[in-house]
Design a protein around this ligand. Sequence first.
Ligand code: GAL
Length: 714
Amino acid sequence: MTTRRAFRWPALLTPDGRGIAFGGDYNPDQWPDETIDDDIRLMREAHVNTVALAIFSWDRIEPREGEFTFDWLDSVIDRLGKAGIAVDLASATATAPLWLYEKHPEVLPVDRYGHVVNAGSRQSWRPTSPVFKEYALRLCRMLAEHYKDNPYVTAWHMGNEYGWNNRHDYSDDALHAFRAWCEAKYRTVDALNEAWGTAFWSQHVNAFDEVLLPRHMGGDSMVNPPQQLDYERFGNDMLLDFYKAERDAIEAICPGKPFTTNFMVSTDQCCMDYAQWADEVDFVSNDHYFHEGESHLDELACSDALMDSLALGKPWYVMEHGTSAVQWKQLNTRKRHGELMRDSLAHVAMGADAINFFQWRQSRSGAEAFHSAMVPHAGEDSKIFRGVVELGRTLAALSDAGLQGTELKRSGTAILFSATSEWATRSETLPSMKLGHWHDVRDWYRAFLDAGSRADIVPLAYDWSCYRTIVLPSVLVLSDADVRRIADFAEAGGTVVVDYATGIIDEHFHAGLGGYPGAGKGLLRDVLGVRGEEFNILGPEAEGEPDAIALSNGLTTRLWQTDVTSVAPDATVIATYAGEAAADWELDGTPAVTSHPYGEGRGIYVGCDLDRHDIAALIPSLGLGDVTDSRIIHTIRESADGAIRFDFYLNRTRGDVTLEGVPGEPVVAHRTEAGTADRADRADAADATIDAGGTAAYTLRRNAILITTTVRRV
Ligand code: GAL
């Protein structure tokens, strides 16, 4: 159990240090010196007040071993600072210079087949390499010494997206560190043998120096799941240790400035266990790149909902997002008109107090030349740069209105997320290889929006006891202690929603006995009042078999049905499987959705997968959520004393949405028109006035966002 570092937010170079931070990754080392003055001119025009600097500049700072050159960086920082632009200075260790790899090829990671990973990209180093660590920490110390008193450096940006390329290292350094990690965790080999279930396939370990990494074992051989899960935890821990060593090296010399590192929270990836990492930074920050297609806004809000919980409700930092397209996907869709502003303000609506992009000026060479930026290839005379200027102005207006430091109001429902369960769902040894914990979390999140309500997303390991309802979508891994907390929550009056794949294994990937879901030695079954015996898995691969089963309430399941064979006498069966396909699979009449009183609360079991639309249909029938308006995402940020409140309204639809009775003064009305039925529509929202009653009507066009503020006289 770690304790969280105190929240510290980087100051801006404004007179009082306050304001919404706005800027991006700045890579002046890619450009001739004269471009830098032009950059600063444009940054000022765009209201940029902060940049993340030197993330990939190690080869510039230490061009040859032990030769440190700070002049160019001093000059850039000085020019930025004098222009009022604060610097979030990198530890610069994300990419090592080529001389280091030439001299020490033993720092290169090894893949699971035993191939050495080549240098030439990023993060080509082993987190467990003592040699690499020595070089990295020396660089950190040099930077700290040099910049500790620099007034323009207001935060430290450690590494960059730790773990993105090097979290799965199978080198001998990793092997030795893994053995030590296992020994520290299990203490005795007996405990490890028990946890890893080594009685299966003759895998008994006699001593910790027989412990293996889950390297490739030939053909399609399956890795022992508990060993794999521990290897994921180990990778997380090694990188977290590396981050802490870098942070501590700098902090010992430069204690006064806050530390962060950019997380990678979005619903298609789960790199690290950020519930742990969030304890080790002074302010949390994230890189988020939108998902193409209709989930764009919902997915952004879903990722941000987890960010806000990781930040424990304190403001957090968008370290990177895109002004438009990325260049690393199969399909790199650009942003439509309005989406640059809408996405940025959507992050603000979800609790962010800093909006930054990758990157300031679009590169003209290198792997990311076709990635969008704040100043595109087209230059300042461009839609994107004009959009950036408009955004900078808008964020400045929000700063003036007092937004910074207000906190996102919680909803009554917490969807629980667990990195361990996400890692576990990727195992190839489960009843289905199509499970995805994060995807199910996202489906539930979107379903709540579809049902006109908004949920929060909270790490399983955190405190969610203040919510009315918790939802556990494919939270595969539940320890006895987790189940105890869940049972206590229900006992005290909470509603617990558990789905088909939740609680089927414990923290060692052991299946619970006595029936499904088996977690908590039967306690989870007691809460839910159900007992299942088998899983019925469907799919088009089984040619000629029915691959969808109807439920008696009109919903459809297509992947997984728990064959529930008994239900407690006081449980209510809300839906059963019904119809021909159900009968064919011998599930006709089998309970699919149940509700069971437990203590002062209840346990709801959804024993099958459902798509997001069907979950949305189910939510009101289970009495979950507070129904408001499914066409919008509505969030509220409030100051701690309740004196000032901001309401954010985001249009989720592709058409116009008219909202009546909106309270407060409009601060931002982007693609929004003000008007009431008895008042002529106005084209320009800046003119919008508030009725005597204090409310107004607005029409939100596609990609619109409306922000109003209400000041309460206390
Ligand atoms: C991030 C990374 C940046 C840049 C960006 C492109 O993952 O931190 O350096 O590569 O992606 O989208």
